[in-house]
Design a protein around this ligand. Structure first.
Ligand code: SF4
Ligand code: SF4
Length: 373
């Protein structure tokens, strides 16, 4: 399951591509995509959110509140320093970044590639030139209210209809598989691409379920140990089928990968675990190369961008896709499995890379590749 030694992997890739010019050409394109992720960084724009999603990765967790930096000028100079550091992919996360768009605006001149994770309920100014990744949790009002505390999916479609920055992430859970088709139809009708995420529980949420804790009026409103949005093995198989059907039926709308769909819904933990139950090889781990900053603009030494998620049950798209940026031994086992990995990289590019041009942005060819392929 683990990531291959880069030198061994390179040797193997040369073998696989040597007699296959088709794979060689696709591999060159994959390398170009991977370079865009060579030095990513996460910026927590704010600790506030306007929704109450059940088992929220952010609020249903052990968190230490911080004093947010309010001065836009400080954000401006902070992002300028980050650009000098040659951050290649900027992830703007929250809670809900759309609540502080002046901070997003402060970043807008500094990065060529950026991704804003939002719940879609507040329109993000058209001048912010980054990928807008909209999370959706339901395709009907009742399920949306159950899962998020409010029905917001229609509002997100109104806010982003035809916006070429935007992509919808449908978070597949046990309670909403039957809503995925409705969301695919709405995406098609609103000119928005659709991709998927898989519901993943936090350690705090799992502890509440295990302790049979009473529900509250915040992020643990409706779950109990017998019924929760968490995906069982049977649900994962059903989720894989739902996604495959939607890929077939909405080929112009769904941006996803068959190989990633198969990999991410496999039984058992998705990532190899260490003795503490953490996933040391997960591509989302915060490292000396991948920084995470809080909304106080201080660097945080945390596990990953969703640190309270339980690695043993984590199927969140950020951890999954970033792990796949480097092919593992199974990806390199045969020409067919390598072709599957290439298909993942092709989908990853379409999902995450939003091309825009800004004057003054720091753009340079990669010096040291994070993923050394
Ligand atoms: S999951 Fe995101 S949108 Fe939902 S409450 Fe948490 S931070 Fe807000
Ligand atoms: S993203 Fe990776 S490190 Fe973070 S919880 Fe998931 S598996 Fe663990």
């Amino acid at each position: 399951m683990g990531t291959s030694d880069p030198r061994v992997a390179l040797r193997r890739i040369r073998e696989l591509t040597g007699s296959r010019p088709d794979l060689a050409a696709r591999y060159e394109a994959a390398k170009s995509t991977i370079r865009r992720f060579r030095k990513p960084a996460f910026y927590e724009i704010t600790q506030r959110c306007n929704l109450k999603c059940e088992g929220c990765y952010y609020f249903e967790s052990e968190r230490t509140a911080m004093d947010e930096q309010d001065a836009v000028a400080e954000w401006e100079s902070f992002f300028a320093r980050e650009a000098e550091r040659q951050v290649s992919m900027a992830y703007f996360v929250g809670a809900e970044p759309a609540l502080h768009q002046e901070r997003l605006m402060a970043a807008s001149g500094h990065f060529q590639y950026g991704n804003v994770g939002t719940n879609g309920s507040i329109r993000i100014d058209a001048a912010i030139p980054f990928r807008i990744s909209i999370s959706m949790w339901a395709g009907d009002d009742e399920t949306d209210r159950t899962l998020r505390g409010a029905s917001v999916f229609r509002k997100a479609f109104r806010n982003y209809c035809g916006d070429r920055r935007a992509i919808v992430y449908y978070t597949l859970s046990r309670w909403n598989l039957d809503g995925a088709r409705r969301i695919a139809e709405l995406c098609r009708d609103h000119g928005l691409p659709l991709t998927f995420n898989l519901y993943s529980p936090t350690a705090t949420y799992l502890a509440k379920l295990a302790d049979h804790q009473p529900n509250d009026d915040a992020f643990f409103r409706v779950s109990n140990s017998d019924d929760s949005p968490m995906l069982s093995q049977d649900d994962l198989r059903a989720a894989e089928r739902v996604v495959l059907e939607l890929m077939e039926d909405f080929p112009e709308t769904v941006l996803y990968s068959r190989a990633y769909n198969r990999w991410s819904t496999q039984p058992g933990p998705l990532h190899a675990l260490d003795d503490e139950g953490n996933a040391p090889l997960c591509g989302s781990r915060i490292t000396s190369l991948m920084h995470y900053y809080g909304s106080d603009l201080a660097r945080k030494e945390i596990k990953c961008c969703t640190p309270d998620l339980d690695c043993s049950q984590c199927r969140i798209m950020s951890g999954g896709w970033s792990t796949k940026l480097a092919p593992d031994a199974r990806d390199l086992a045969s020409a067919d499995s390598f072709a599957d990995w290439l298909e993942m990289m092709e989908a990853l590019k379409r999902i995450f890379v939003y091309e825009h041009r800004v004057s003054g942005a720091v753009r340079s060819e990669p010096e040291a590749a994070l993923h050394t392929l």
